[in-house]
Design a protein around this ligand. Structure first.
Ligand code: HEC
Length: 113
């Protein structure tokens, strides 16, 4: 039951994150290299995984600074349904909206934080 409530909160957070994607402009990367620029799609992740590398929610993993290759394989495992259990359902829904290019860009960017 507690897990259901938590999942509901997370899905609520996701719903709130969606309009933020439209509102938030991709950062101006004129004076930054492409490696540093945050992929615009990453703004949907920050609501749960945290802006300063620290998630606001206690049961959301820290992904900033994680190995890019690990992040990529975790995202692919959610997308193919290989990774289940825990709160995998939350991420399975999110990765449905991502292309493989998005996954590569997100893994590189979060890994570089
Ligand atoms: C609604 C909140 C929420 C949003 C939005 C969200 N995540 Fe997650 N994320 C989670 C939770 C909860 C988990 C733990 C899932 C589990 O138990 O497997 C997780 C797990 C992960 C993991 C696995 C971490 C590990 O240590 O294995 C990665 C990678 C990840 N998320 C990346 C992302 C990316 C990239 C985005 C944006 C496209 C994103 N997440 C958006 C809540 C969220």
């Amino acid at each position: 039951m507690r897990d259901c409530v938590r999942l509901a909160i997370l899905i609520g957070a996701l719903a709130m994150a969606a309009p933020a994607v439209q509102a938030q402009q991709p950062p101006d990367d004129n004076d930054r290299s492409d490696e540093d620029a945050m992929p615009a799609i990453a703004s949907i992740c920050l609501s749960c995984h945290g802006t300063g590398g620290r998630p606001a929610l206690e049961d959301v993993p820290i992904i900033a600074g994680q190995q890019p290759r690990y992040l990529r394989s975790a995202l692919l495992a959610y997308s193919t349904g290989r990774r289940t259990g825990g709160q995998a359902l939350v991420m399975q829904e999110i990765v449905k909206t991502l292309s493989e290019d998005d996954i590569d860009a997100l893994a590189d960017w979060f890994g570089g934080q």
